[in-house]
Design a protein around this ligand. Structure first.
Ligand SMILES: *Cc1c(COP(=O)(O)O)cnc(C)c1O
Length: 375
């Protein structure tokens, strides 16, 4: 009988480590909901909304079923519809654009800063047209976009800024939390995010009471009271079991984010002597390193080398949205040169709170040996 033995010494993600540390608390939270019979949008969801709003420094949080739903709900509540344009970036997860398309609107992609991979505010004004209805900067990899510059332009044009904070739970920009700077912020609790549910989940944060009320109504079939539907809405309610699990995890988020930051510093020190581009931080920002992304000349070769040493890696993301089959309306390569260059050189290294110093050294040593082999 053969026994499959995992040879991976540093997996790309490791959800078991976090689960093991919280297993008892998670089990009792799940059982509590199971026996409450309060399965959908229950009392624990309302409790989580209060706790999450407080964590983001906003007056409201609206819990929903996914991060994609959060983006769609916020755009719909802002009145984005057919023939509107929403400016965002192409270097992001597809959901940012899908939410715009789901409103019947058109995503307008602008390029990114080559050092931070975030929306380049110097390109924003030129992309604004009379049809522009909103702007979505993405706080990619856990780092917040240059919000002062983006908000200054948006305010000049009277446009709302919606933060895609799906990778940036409790990241800060000049002391303010992700999700608290724009008109609203959208979060995902997909299991591998910095704050992850035990299934799907999402939330929208806002300080705008009217927008919050509109989102609450749209989230639940546009109901003002049971079976009285004022507007055509959606079913974007959160399962109570997810809120209960998220309430177990939320108090640990800062500790996990601190660990991720320390791991990023350690990677930075160990990789500094090598021909490897490591992440750059915008002044005034405190990223939470959802991902740790480097650039090398021959990414595929490094990936193979890491794999042969039992080290997982990822690519976030290999094909920019404007070049995806779903979106390439005759768009040709070269439209967004910085995005396209990044997409062909980036590589994500293992990054999670439970990563050990030894594991970081194993990864760095493997990259060091690859560099000396290829130089
Ligand atoms: C994860 C993610 C989303 C979508 O969240 P889901 O919960 O998977 O729907 C949207 N935008 C970004 C940048 C993400 O990373």
């Amino acid at each position: 009988m053969s026994v499959a033995i995992s040879t991976t010494q540093v997996p790309f993600v490791d959800l078991r480590a976090q689960y093991s540390s919280l297993a008892d608390d998670l089990r009792s939270a799940v059982l509590r909901v199971l026996e409450s019979l309060d399965y959908v949008q229950g009392a624990e969801v309302a409790a989580f909304e209060e706790e999450f709003a407080a964590a983001c420094g906003t007056s409201h949080a609206i819990a929903v079923s996914t991060g994609t739903a959060a983006l769609h709900l916020a755009l719909a509540a802002l009145g984005v519809g057919a023939s509107d344009e929403v400016i965002t970036v192409s270097h992001t997860f597809i959901a940012t654009a899908e939410a715009i398309s789901a409103c019947g609107a058109t995503p307008v992609f602008i390029d990114i800063d080559p050092k931070t991979y975030l929306m380049d505010p110097s390109l924003l004004e030129a992309a604004i047209t009379p049809r522009t209805k909103a702007i979505i900067p993405v706080h990619l990899y856990g780092q917040m976009a240059d919000m002062d510059a983006i908000l200054a332009i948006a305010n000049r044009h009277g446009l709302p800024v919606l933060e895609d904070a799906c990778q940036a739970h409790r990241a800060t920009y000049k002391g303010r939390r992700a999700g608290s700077l724009g008109v609203a912020g959208c979060f995902s609790f997909y299991p591998s995010k910095n704050l992850g549910a035990i299934g799907e989940g999402g939330a929208v944060t806002t300080n705008d009471a009217e927008l919050a009320a509109r989102m609450r109504m749209l989230r639940d079939h546009g109901q003002s009271s049971r079976y009285y539907h004022d507007v055509v809405g959606f079913n974007y309610r959160m399962a109570t079991i997810q809120a209960a699990a998220l309430r177990v995890k939320l108090p640990h988020l800062d500790g996990w984010n601190l660990a991720r930051r320390a791991h990023a510093d350690r990677y930075g020190q160990l990789l500094a002597p090598l021909p490897v581009t490591t992440p750059e931080t915008l002044p005034g920002g405190e990223p939470v390193y959802h991902l740790y992304v480097i650039q090398v000349a021959d990414r595929e070769d490094l990936r193979r080398h890491l794999a042969s040493d039992g080290i997982g890696s990822g690519i976030h993301y290999p094909v920019p949205i404007h070049l995806q089959r779903a979106y390439a309306n005759g768009e040709t390569t070269g439209a967004l040169p910085v995005t396209e260059a990044a997409a062909s050189h980036i590589l994500s290294l293992p990054m999670y709170a439970e990563l050990t110093d030894t594991q970081i050294e194993i990864v760095s040593e493997s990259i060091t040996s690859w560099c000396s082999k290829t130089s």
